[in-house]
Design a protein around this ligand. Structure first.
Ligand SMILES: [Zn+2]
Length: 422
């Protein structure tokens, strides 16, 4: 007994010495910021110093001393801000220009190919300044969980990933399956129509590493009811997970808003009444507001693109006016020649400029609002002591012109410089 206690003490002491030594060795980096943005307040402070120790921010202020031996990064000619969020990605999906159809594409790609796509897309998102994403399905058989783990283990560069695993949906999901080939929908969608199936679907997702539950509410003539969605929300909560609800119709969005999901994805058709319900229930709108140019990449013709964009734009203006909390999410699931997944995700800024949404609010959508939605606001989404050092910089002022984010010249992820150029 005594021996055991002594052994435990020895192990504890060894660990303490080891940890102290590791802390002493932790890389200290100092960033001199010309301007440092606080997205929550919508302000910027001049001539700030940010001290980064290891993976986290240690100190921030105008007169912070530079620790001995620190590496100094001079960004005094730049605006420095927290890394960006995209709350609606599909990193493991990339339909090619010659065939944008999801179903036929999903029949062709293997999990291994999806992992390669995810690896490339994750890196490209980080290059554009996105340091956290919520990846909402279409990743085959939990390839997104592997992608997340690969980033977490430092095997590949990429943003922090909050992944959804398999999308849960009423029979058919987003497909129109052949009755003789029903199995083809597996594993892309997890069909769940009864309460038992819903519970099983949520639990299996939680077990296989999903960090958020994604449901498709209304892509079939039958939709999830308010009671269905409440059931899923409650079951997800048991595993500590939030629910993101894909809604394209007014009926679907109303059900999701009434049921109190964490977020409505797309919300293409939302009446003022439904926007009011969403606001009342604290439901975040991740609008995926396609600009016309980006909608054109969907390959369904310029007329479709025009209309698709117009519907988004009109709803976006109403949602902003109504004061619904919004978070930035893109839904880029397609490959576009000449664009990386990161530059593609930034094309959506055009819609917010066009709708007249003020730049400071868009920045909030891309940082603090998204961080809160993802449940990581105590770890990411601001440049503050104690948070992970996800820091980017741009030569122009994103509080005045949000498109300044197209020129992110510096990216630090978890305290490590990933990109720097002058
Ligand atoms: Zn999507």
């Amino acid at each position: 007994m005594k021996f055991k206690t002594e052994l435990r003490a020895l192990v504890a002491l060894t660990l303490f010495v080891f940890c102290t030594a590791a802390a002493a060795r932790a890389q200290v980096t100092v960033i001199r910021a010309g301007r440092l943005v606080d997205p929550e307040a919508g302000t910027a402070a001049a001539n700030q110093t940010v001290v980064v120790e290891g993976r986290r921010i240690k100190a921030v202020g105008p007169n912070v001393p530079v620790p001995a031996g620190a590496t100094v990064i001079d960004l005094s000619a730049y605006t420095v801000l927290p890394g960006l969020f995209d709350a609606h990605t599909h990193l493991c999906e990339s339909t090619p220009p010659e065939d944008r159809d999801l179903f036929s594409n999903d029949m062709r790609v293997t999990g291994a190919f999806r992992a390669i796509l995810g690896t490339v897309n994750a890196r490209e998102m980080l290059e554009s300044g996105f340091t956290t994403v919520r990846d909402v399905g279409n990743a085959g058989n939990y390839v997104d969980t592997d992608l997340r783990r690969a980033v977490e283990q430092g095997l590949i560069p990429g943003p922090t990933i909050v992944n959804a695993g398999r999308i849960i949906a009423p029979f058919g999901g987003q497909y129109h399956v052949n009755p003789e080939r029903r199995a083809l929908a597996h594993p892309e969608y997890f069909f769940a129509d009864t309460r038992d199936e819903m519970r099983k679907a949520v639990r299996e997702n939680a077990h296989f590493g999903a960090l958020v539950i994604k449901i498709v509410v209304d892509d079939q003539p039958y939709v999830y009811s308010v009671e269905d969605i409440r059931f899923i929300v409650a079951e997800a909560k048991e595993s500590g997970l939030k629910v993101a609800a894909h809604c394209l119709t007014e009926r679907g969005a109303r059900n999701a808003a009434e049921a109190g999901v964490a977020s409505i994805e797309h919300g293409l058709r939302m009446s003022d009444e439904t926007l009011a319900v969403a606001k009342r229930n604290g439901v975040v709108l991740v609008g995926t507001d396609f600009p016309e140019k980006t909608a054109n990449y969907l390959g369904v013709g310029p007329e479709f693109a025009k209309q698709f964009h117009a519907i988004f734009l009109e709803r976006l203006k109403r949602a902003y006016k109504a004061g619904v909390t919004m978070a930035y999410g893109t839904d880029a699931f397609f490959a576009v020649p000449g664009e990386t997944r990161g530059t593609l995700a930034l094309t959506y800024l055009d819609s917010y400029v066009e709708a007249g949404v003020p730049a400071p609010y868009v920045l909030k959508m891309m940082t603090t609002n998204a961080a809160r939605l993802l449940g990581v606001e105590r770890e990411r989404g601001a440049v503050r002591p104690g948070l992970y050092a996800d820091i980017i910089a741009t030569p122009n002022d994103p509080l005045a012109d949000i498109t300044a984010l197209r020129r992110v010249t510096f990216v630090m992820k978890d305290g490590k410089v990933f990109k720097t150029m002058k």
